[in-house]
Design a protein around this ligand. Structure first.
Ligand code: VG1
Ligand code: CO
Length: 561
């Protein structure tokens, strides 16, 4: 039977502007008539010359509205001349897995259905993100094009009679407008698991977990009811043979059990509590779409993400992938603590500082100049794909623990012993009113033009810092020369300490202020101190410099990491 596609008239919606990582809005917004269709059409139209005859990957974190969105995307891709879709079974694919499949099958790109760490469910958030042929999030040039198209859209194409069963693995063929159209429903984990087995030495990790060279390491992996559940089961329980009590919350739920699927000390409190009891030597959690990770050691010893990526970069000898491909360069996002810079310096490789968001790493990787990178927001990854990758980070850590025969805490103490410690913390003020936050950012921005502030001393609780420079971070991509401006106000102190302020670009409403505070210590007697204690004076300085309490009306943050 030949199916026919139709052109439907529509009108633009305001605000279909992809943020740090795709378009994120409340589910009720995506449920508005034509809303999702409009945005999907904008993505497809933005592909222009590459659309007809293309293959795309489709999948997401399993949150509420995901299946509905997959159905719409299949019907619209069919109508828009796409040749083939690779769809995760039941619409399930982690974000790193989408990236892996795009690359392995050399597709023109993929559509990821996730709002990542934002809560899910009918009263929470949904999101749509476009990834390009390198497997990474669309760069600003592409997202700007999508947004421009969204402002003037008048119609979209859809094939309403096309019905596709995405619960069964296998290929389904259709004829749409006399053209063949194929949907291949793929196993949600197979390609990804195979790739991890190439990258890491699974037998070394198995030995660590089973105690071949010492006491067995007990691990606790918390999937937070996000998309990583099936990956955790297959990799940690089946492949690595960890005991069943090693993995919790591994059934993906449409509302993540009502929680924020964000692996940090606040939202993954259950993991922290369980680790504190002391039965486990290693703990980890992931976010909704599986690209973030949190690493904990025995008794919930916390590894700040800025240190995590530095440790991985410093220990690549234990990871077969890097032995084979080498380590070309390192990178971090601007607000991320600078520990990795020190590793780069020692190893004599380039280090890059890019704006917040994984999309800025892709060009450097494609150009062969970047191997390992991370963000303070629990994102860690490498050039094996073009997204950050939570499970990869855990496997990297386990490889290091196995290779060095050390605990998490020992690895960190060792690292600080070599490099010194970059103390780091982030304060988040979620869901504030937008107008006063914008004013606060404007006031901070104005400070970057104020030369009289340079050299000014700021004191608090017996500590004094001298302002060396204030700027609003701008980045010129070394590969294509594209420029990203106003990426966050940085207050750089003369001793290398830093304060950074920016507004979140992943929220679905209101404003979230992020304040990042970092200072470096080379005195070993400080290394085991609590970051909050060490950074307290600088935090106070930051709060008063920005008049944060006055502008936001908040006397404490929602989340501290
Ligand atoms: C946040 C993080 C950023 C991360 C982004 C996407 O962005 O700060 O580092 O890349 O989320 O992560 P923002 O604009 O809210 O600060 V994910 O796992 O939500 O896709
Ligand atoms: Co995520």
């Amino acid at each position: 039977m030949t199916l026919t596609s139709y052109t439907k008239a529509t009108t633009p919606f305001e605000g279909q502007k992809p943020g740090t990582s795709g378009l994120r809005k409340a589910v009720i917004v995506f449920e508005k008539e034509h809303y999702t269709e409009n945005f999907v059409q904008c993505i497809l139209s933005a592909m222009s010359g590459n659309l007809t005859g293309s293959t795309l990957v489709v999948g997401g974190d399993g949150r509420y509205f995901g299946k509905k969105a997959v159905d719409i995307i299949i019907k619209m891709c069919a109508a828009n001349g796409v040749r083939k879709l690779l769809v995760g079974q039941n619409g399930i694919l982690s974000t790193p897995c989408v990236s892996c499949i795009i690359r392995k099958h050399q597709t023109a790109g993929g559509i990821v259905l996730t709002a990542s760490h934002n809560p899910g469910g009918p009263d929470a958030d949904f999101g749509i993100k476009f990834n390009i042929a390198n497997g990474g999030p669309a760069p600003d040039g592409v997202t700007n094009k999508i947004y421009e198209i969204s402002k003037n859209i008048v119609e979209y194409k859809i094939c309403p009679e096309l019905h596709c069963d995405i619960s069964k693995i296998g290929t389904q063929e259709f004829i749409v407008d006399h053209r063949p159209f194929t949907v291949e429903v793929v196993d949600s984990v197979a390609d990804y698991v195979a790739y991890m087995k190439e990258i890491f030495d699974f037998s070394a990790i198995k030995n660590l977990l089973h105690g071949a060279n010492g006491p067995p390491l007990k691990i606790l992996i918390n999937a937070m009811h996000g998309v990583t559940g099936p990956y955790v089961r297959r990799i940690f329980l089946e492949e690595l043979g960890a005991s069943p009590d090693s993995a919790v919350n591994i059934v993906p739920l449409e509302d993540f059990g009502g929680h924020h699927p964000d692996p940090n000390l606040t939202y993954a409190a259950d993991l922290v509590m369980a680790m504190k009891e002391g039965d486990f030597g290693f703990g980890a959690a992931f976010d909704g779409d599986g690209d973030r990770n949190m690493i904990l050691g025995h008794k919930a010893f916390f590894v700040t993400p800025s240190d995590s990526v530095a440790v991985i970069a410093d220990n690549t000898d234990y990871i077969p992938y890097f032995k084979k491909h080498g380590v070309k360069g390192l990178a971090r996002s601007m607000p991320t603590g600078c520990a990795i810079d020190r590793v780069a310096q020692k190893k004599g490789v380039e280090v890059f500082e890019v704006p917040t968001g994984w999309k800025y790493f892709g060009n450097l990787m494609d150009a062969g100049r970047l191997s390992i990178c991370g963000e303070e927001s629990f994102g860690t990854g490498s050039n094996h794909i073009r997204e950050k990758d939570g499970i990869w980070a855990v496997l990297a850590w386990l490889s290091i623990l196995a290779g060095r025969n050390m605990s998490v805490e020992q690895v960190l103490l060792n690292h600080w012993g070599t490099y010194g410690r970059n103390f780091f913390t982030r304060y988040d003020y979620e869901n504030c009113e937008s107008a006063p936050c914008n004013k606060m950012m404007a006031a901070l921005d104005a400070m970057s033009d104020d030369a009289s502030l340079v050299g000014k001393e700021l004191s608090q609780s017996g500590k004094t810092y001298t302002i060396a420079k204030i700027d609003n971070f701008a980045y010129t991509d070394p590969i294509d020369g594209s420029v990203a401006k106003k990426q966050g106000v940085r207050v750089l102190m003369s001793d290398g300490s830093r304060i950074v302020f920016r507004l979140s670009g992943t929220g679905s409403s209101g404003a979230t202020v992020r304040m990042y505070v970092e200072s470096y210590e080379s005195d070993p007697s400080t290394f085991t101190k609590d970051a909050q204690d060490v950074l307290k004076p600088l935090v106070e300085i930051a709060l008063s410099l920005a008049k944060l309490k006055e502008y936001t009306g908040r006397d404490k943050p929602t989340v501290i990491t």
